[in-house]
Design a protein. Structure first.
Length: 374
């Protein structure tokens, strides 16, 4: 029968396409996981772990690697208290220590009448009495850079031993802006305590994206729903966006589209309609990690491209954007290379001369302006 009955579904498991899904088989990050495990290994024996900074563009497996490591910690030892903090949602020192309190005690602190000082005291005393090692992941730590929040938070975590006898603690910081330099962002006294091991997460290559998407389809969708031809179209669109998460969301939306029309197979129209929505996940996630000056430049580029019918040349573009975001040409060109690496723009040499680049946005200028706050 070609059409779905009202109580049928094309999904084996919808959850495998959600952003917070933790796959049992996590490929292509073995080297990074080994480095992370080696860094925190001293904590297994009650010593202070080495601090870690994970760097990589959005959708390169940083968060999933942390969650895999923390899952293994919970299964193998009670010596370590792993605490995961999403800094997009928990962006003050009080909010971070609320999550730490929950990790230590298994429940949140009272919602009213409790100070940060009291939370610190209770956490420190519990760790000291129980002889536990605290390991905190500050995911998307760049969201705490404002007003010295990250500086104060990391200092409080790493200096617990000064007030509470025998306490050992460490941090894992993840950042999607690969140019973030904590030596410039944090105080010298914090850097001296942090001394992190940096681990880089490169973008997934074409074959890796193909394999990961194929595994998720096998887990999450019934056989025959996505033909080999439609799968190739999904892979093509995911690579175009430059973000594995776009591919996962694209599969979910395309299958939902087929379900909505009561069909048993995904068609090209489902994928193209889904991509119109899914592709902007990468844009939104990428713009979030840009600093204020980079956003100004990207916004100015979008405004300029609307006047120049999409194709821009580096010389004229520099003259235009520096009016809104003053900078030298070296800084301008470094930012262009970064935007190209992040797959926000396409940049190529052109016939004019050896130094000129032809530049185009990968997204509609209106969408870029919207994400940049224009």
């Amino acid at each position: 029968m070609k059409y779905l009955m009202s109580d049928q579904t094309l999904f084996r498991d919808r959850d495998v396409f959600e952003a917070d899904y933790l796959p049992e088989q996590f490929n292509y990050r073995d080297a990074q996981l080994r480095e992370m495990a080696f860094a925190i290994r001293p904590a297994v024996f009650g010593s202070r772990p080495n601090n870690v900074v994970l760097k990589g563009l959005p959708g390169t497996g940083k968060t999933t690697s942390v969650r895999h490591l923390f899952s293994e910690i919970r299964e193998t030892t009670q010596r370590i208290v792993p605490v995961y903090v999403n800094c997009q949602n928990h962006h003050t020192r009080f909010m971070v220590f609320t999550r730490i309190y929950e990790g230590v005690f298994g429940h949140l602190p009272p919602t009213t009448g409790i100070s940060l000082r009291r939370i610190l005291n209770e956490v420190g005393c519990a760790l000291s009495e129980r002889k536990k090692v605290l390991l905190v992941c500050l995911d998307d730590a760049n969201y705490l850079l404002h007003d010295g929040v990250l500086n104060d938070t990391v200092f409080s975590i790493l200096r617990l031993y000064e007030e509470f006898q025998g306490v050992r603690s460490g941090v894992i910081l993840t950042v999607s802006n690969t140019e973030t330099d904590f030596r410039k962002e944090l105080d010298a006294c914090v850097i001296s305590s942090l001394q992190p091991t940096e681990i880089y997460f490169p973008p997934y290559c074409c074959d890796e994206v193909r394999t990961i998407l194929q595994e998720r389809i096998h887990q999450g969708v019934y056989a025959g729903v996505i033909s080999s031809e439609m799968f190739e179209l999904i892979v093509e669109r995911a690579l175009l966006a430059g973000d594995l998460r776009v591919g996962l969301d694209l599969i979910r939306r395309a299958v939902l589209g087929a379900e909505q029309d009561a069909r048993k197979m995904v068609e090209a129209g489902d994928i193209e309609s889904a991509f119109e929505i899914s592709q902007h996940i990468h844009l939104a996630n990428s713009v979030k990690i840009l600093n204020t000056e980079e956003k100004k430049m990207l916004r100015s580029m979008a405004e300029y491209s609307m006047q120049e019918e999409c194709i821009m040349y580096s010389g004229e573009l520099f003259d235009s954007v520096r009016e809104a975001a003053p900078m030298g040409y070296t800084t301008f060109f470094e930012r262009l290379k970064k935007f190209d690496e992040m797959r926000l723009i396409t940049m190529r040499s052109c016939w004019r001369n050896g130094n000129t680049r032809e530049i185009s946005l990968r997204y509609e200028a209106e969408k870029v302006l919207e994400e940049c706050g224009g």
